[in-house]
Design a protein around this ligand. Structure first.
Ligand code: ADP
Ligand code: MG
Length: 313
């Protein structure tokens, strides 16, 4: 029986620049089409950390060159651009892969806005690293000039951090649902979705934030009443005591175990923690729902219960 599966693609599915992306999406398309070929409905969400950083850097350089002509580009606009840039490559790669296997299926990328709450405390406490690593001098200069916040990223250097509010609702959900029901593979909520708030007048307005793609994917999976949330990343399984001699790779976690491991601090904030939290949230959101965290190349085996870490039933 075909299941409804929301996939969350991590950084390794898309690469760090255009050359890498063109190669990476071919591999990613295989993993996605493997699932569609088995009769599953597939909805694809993805991250955009390196891409949104690259776009923002380019837009900032343009502003520096011609400040009168080009104002600084808001992050929400950079996110919108990244959805198109990634969607374009991924959509074509999926199309080509379907055609090669003789499968008849449409693929669409849907520009997706996700509403966040202006009162979300994330706006007071930016945590999400974006873009390239910078020197202390450059960080200090940009903090003074632009009011950006910088933080040490997992011991690898300084990166800009931006607010990462929780996704509240997905604006284009009815359109996504229609496309899925029409049998299409849908790419949506790219980069966690373009973050917007609802103004007092009731309009939508872009904000300076990045929504975590793992939480946006969880929201999407819940709203679509999916059977599976599959988070594809750079590790085949989730570990406790990760990177220590006691390291233990897990085949499954019950929701209670997941909560205990989270409380014990086994998962790195900003990398594995949001995945396990999103997986737990989805698994508990309805009967028969479960989440899987595994390697991109292992998506099919993971769905069949052969590998990965499963959270929930
Ligand atoms: P993505 O781009 O897919 O979101 P991240 O780098 O954000 O990937 O998160 C995945 C990484 O989390 C893994 O490659 C691994 O290095 C790291 N990680 C941190 N804690 C754990 C853990 N407990 N088990 C497995 N991986 C972990
Ligand atoms: Mg990540």
């Amino acid at each position: 029986m075909g299941k409804r599966i929301v996939i969350a693609l991590g950084g390794n599915a898309l690469g760090n620049n255009y050359q890498e992306q063109r190669v990476a999406v071919r591999n990613t398309a295989k993993a996605i089409v493997d699932l569609a070929a088995e009769g599953h409905e597939v909805i694809v969400a993805h991250g955009n950390g390196p891409q949104v950083g690259m776009i923002q850097k380019a837009m900032t350089a343009l502003h520096k060159q011609e400040p009168d002509k080009y104002t600084l580009c808001p992050l929400s606009i950079c996110c919108a651009m990244s959805q198109g840039y990634i969607g374009h490559d991924l959509q074509i790669a999926i199309r080509d892969e379907l055609a090669q296997r003789g499968l008849v299926k449409e693929v669409s990328t849907l520009l997706t806005h996700v509403v966040v709450d202006q009162a979300d405390q994330a706006f007071q406490n930016p945590t999400k690293p974006i873009g390239t690593y910078v020197s202390r001098e450059e960080a200090d200069r940009l903090t003074a000039e632009r009011g950006f916040t910088y933080a040490e990223d997992a011991g690898r250097g300084l990166r800009r951090v931006v607010p990462s509010p929780q996704p509240v609702s997905i604006v284009e959900l009815p359109a996504i649902r229609d496309l899925v029901q029409a049998g299409q593979i849908v790419i949506a909520c790219g980069g966690g979705g373009i973050p917007v708030v609802r103004t007092e007048e009731g309009n939508l307005e872009g904000v300076e934030a990045i929504i975590d793609k793992d939480f946006a994917s969880c929201r999407l999976a819940q709203e679509l009443e999916a059977d599976f949330l599959v988070i594809l990343t750079a590790v085949e399984k989730v570990a406790i005591h990760f990177g220590t001699p006691q390291e233990k790779w897990l085949d499954s976690m019950t929701p209670d175990e997941a909560r205990t491991y989270i409380a014990e601090g086994h998962f790195a904030p900003g990398s594995m923690l949001p995945k396990v939290e999103a997986a737990l949230q989805f698994a508990e959101s309805g009967q028969g729902r479960s989440a899987l965290i595994t390697l991109l190349e292992k998506a099919k085996d993971g769905i069949q219960g052969k590998t990965g870490t499963r959270i929930g039933s």
